[in-house]
Design a binder for this molecule. Structure first.
Ligand SMILES: [Zn+2]
Length: 340
């Protein structure tokens, strides 16, 4: 099979298109013919060697967000040959104390398809059948490759941890990112209102495309919009992944008893805030942690309810390096896909 193999650490020139044997599924595995693979920043960080997750070995085939068709299945696989599936790249061991506690996202033996074991930048990939989720008929397989990491991450943060429910209001900063676009659509589907901030008019247009009414193209202007939409009450939940750049605005936007869910530090790792303001208002500051398989299943069902997959570009396997360059452009809106 053809596969894009990472042979070293550095620029796109460490990627080589190679002919590898088709992998053989074990008894509890499935072999998936890849329809499309969504790229993630982790692919590029590991290619450059900036991040090396434990277990990563060269040569490596990246590609975490995979959708495709089951071509072969081990004897113990409940997922049949021919099934349309997406793969949850995060594979907890299922046996350690944290897995038993329902915190598989923190499993010390966590394997990640496309990050610590070979992934979907190839014609075929092997995965545990437990990682394969059936894709509803209403969902296109290429669209499904946009989902796994961002939709499961967003569902976990907004619904599982943030407890967002119908009638509430969610504020999302940098909402044109892949997690942000998933979060706003998940919020709409649980019956919540959404206020989004973005960094440019082009990104605001992407939010309008997925039906978000209240968009501030300037994150500094969000206070007025929050006051207007919530009649001065403040939002119920904020999803925060920028850190220092938006933290103060996020705290200020919360209603009394509001919840701030944070899962990123892209503008820095240290923030400061008034303890007395936070305890007087009864704010909940909630670190999101890693998603678990039930988040993925629930997110997929919500997407099947008319979700939109925004695609920035689709590339053949041979152009993976070009696709990764597009992924790194800050102006990109939507997922970058490779179709082997
Ligand atoms: Zn475990």
């Amino acid at each position: 099979m053809r596969a894009m193999v990472q042979t070293g650490f550095g620029g796109a020139d460490v990627l080589r298109l190679a002919d590898l044997p088709v992998p053989t599924p074990g008894p509890a595995d499935v072999l998936v013919r890849v329809a499309a693979c969504g790229l993630n920043q982790l692919d590029v960080l590991q290619r450059r060697g900036v991040v090396r997750l434990p277990g990563l070995e060269l040569p490596h085939v990246a590609g975490m967000d995979v959708a495709g068709v089951v071509e072969a299945a081990g004897a113990d696989s409940p997922v049949p040959v021919g099934a349309r599936v997406l793969l949850d790249p995060s594979v907890p061991c299922g046996a350690c104390p944290l897995c038993h506690e329902g915190r598989g996202g923190h499993c010390p033996n966590l394997r990640i398809i496309g990050a610590t074991v070979d992934g979907g930048l190839a014609e075929y990939v092997v995965a545990p059948a437990s990682a394969a989720h059936l894709v509803p008929d209403a969902v296109d397989l290429v669209d499904a490759a946009c989902l796994p990491t961002p939709w499961a991450t967003a569902f976990h943060a907004v619904v599982t941890v943030g407890r967002l429910r119908a009638g509430e209001t969610l504020l999302v900063h940098a909402a044109a990112g892949s997690v942000g676009l998933a979060a706003v659509q998940i919020a709409q589907r649980v019956g919540a209102r959404v206020i989004a901030t973005v960094g440019s008019p082009e990104k605001a247009a992407a939010l309008t495309k997925v039906g978000v009414e209240h968009v501030a193209a300037d994150p500094d202007g969000v206070a007025g919009l929050v006051a207007e939409v919530t009649d001065g009450r403040g939002v119920d939940v904020v999803l925060e992944y920028l850190g220092p750049a938006t933290w103060t605005a996020s705290m200020a936007a919360l209603r009394i008893g509001g919840r701030l869910v944070f899962l990123g530090n892209t503008t820095g790792d240290q923030v400061s805030f008034s303890l007395s303001d936070a305890f007087h208002r009864g704010l909940e500051l909630l670190g999101a942690g890693g998603y678990v398989p039930s988040d993925m299943a629930a997110a997929l069902q919500l997407f099947a309810d008319g979700g939109t997959a925004l695609v920035a570009g689709t590339f053949p396997l041979a152009d993976t390096g070009v696709a990764q360059d597009l992924l790194c452009e800050r102006s990109t809106v939507g997922r970058v896909l490779v179709v082997p």
